[in-house]
Design a protein around this ligand. Structure first.
Ligand SMILES: CC(C)(COP(=O)(O)OP(=O)(O)OC[C@H]1O[C@@H](n2cnc3c(N)ncnc32)[C@H](O)[C@@H]1OP(=O)(O)O)[C@@H](O)C(=O)NCCC(=O)NCCS
Length: 187
């Protein structure tokens, strides 16, 4: 896998870089820090295989070359967040975000917005026209976060089993801003 992909956030001391399976241990630690999100999603703590599973999980028809896990690195080089994305999914002109999460102590400081905006600038360079994702109906803070970034609901996915829980999800989409950093919508 190509490990050289990296981009800088607006707060330039923070960088995003593509992770590979050799980063499994730090990614697993991040999953464990984000156990609140695993409990909301699955109803239980992240398994010890969470990071390995994340590197392998793919939608039907996609290969490992289509999958990118970006790690968010703090100025001291520790992993404080991740964004997992699939290129050309659900269609050729779009990219899909499967998961984005920040360690709890780094949330609510604008870093998630900056991470997404830097990612969108990068996918625009890859000729993406749309970014898609699905957010759990139960995850109202997450839903608010994506709406403030300009994502719009395009459909509601039927209830689906996740671990011990069943969720409805909003499928959201945003048109990629061309050649400029996407701006936040005012509240
Ligand atoms: C969702 C997440 C990635 C957002 O990153 P973040 O750094 O916390 O978000 P920001 O600080 O950039 O917040 C941007 C806006 O989103 C909204 N937002 C973010 N977290 C929120 C929360 N917990 N409650 C309410 N609104 C929230 C805020 O309104 C904020 O706007 P403001 O600046 O006007 O206050 C992060 O909170 C996270 O990892 N959450 C747990 C995992 C998760 O839910 N991931 C999304 C799965 S779809």
């Amino acid at each position: 896998m190509d490990n050289s992909i990296r981009f800088v956030l607006q707060s330039a001391a923070y960088i995003a870089k593509k992770l590979d399976p050799s980063d499994e241990k730090i990614l697993q630690y991040l999953f464990e820090q984000c156990s609140d999100y695993a409990i909301m999603t699955d109803g239980y703590l992240p398994p010890s295989s969470a990071a390995v599973d994340e590197f392998l999980a793919l939608p039907e028809g996609k290969t490992i070359q289509d999958k990118f896990i970006f790690g968010l690195l703090a100025p001291d080089d520790t992993l404080i967040g991740m964004l997992e994305t699939i290129r050309h999914y659900p269609d050729e002109k779009s990219w899909w975000i499967g998961l984005m999460m920040l360690a709890p102590e780094h949330r609510g400081k604008g870093l998630g917005s900056q991470f997404y905006q830097a990612y969108e600038t990068w996918v625009a360079q890859q000729k993406a026209q749309f970014v898609f994702l699905a957010v759990l109906e139960e995850n109202q803070p997450g839903f608010t976060f994506w709406q403030k970034l300009g994502f719009e609901v395009i459909r509601i996915a039927p209830p689906q089993q996740f671990g011990n829980k069943v969720h409805r999800r909003y499928v959201l989409r945003r048109q990629v801003a061309e050649g400029k950093v996407p701006t936040r919508l005012t509240p």
